[in-house]
Design a binder for this molecule. Sequence first.
Ligand code: ZN
Length: 118
Amino acid sequence: MSVEKDNKKNKELLIIACVLAISGFISYLAIILLASYAFGEGTKFGIIMAVATVYFCLIEFFALKVEVDAGYYECRKCHHKFSISYFKALFAPHILTTRYIKCPECGQNTWAKKTISK
Ligand SMILES: [Zn+2]
């Protein structure tokens, strides 16, 4: 695959990941608010909360999978670009697509920024 095509694909995947993550979060909030308005704090509310939480987690796990597959993370210290496993990404603290991970090149923990191109 050409570099240009690869960059375009990565950009599209990142947009899909963002849309999934954000819409999943908004739906989750909307379901909780509507359920609490409709049922108060009863058993029905508990069931809806449980189902909504499972649904929310599924969407977020899927969004993370798309995010991990798209593009690369760039080390802030040595500017090395690298990919990480889904498992590592799952447990790495993050702010949007910037993750706190260990750089495989310099071995330092860094807030690695997501980049489209290698
Ligand atoms: Zn580094």
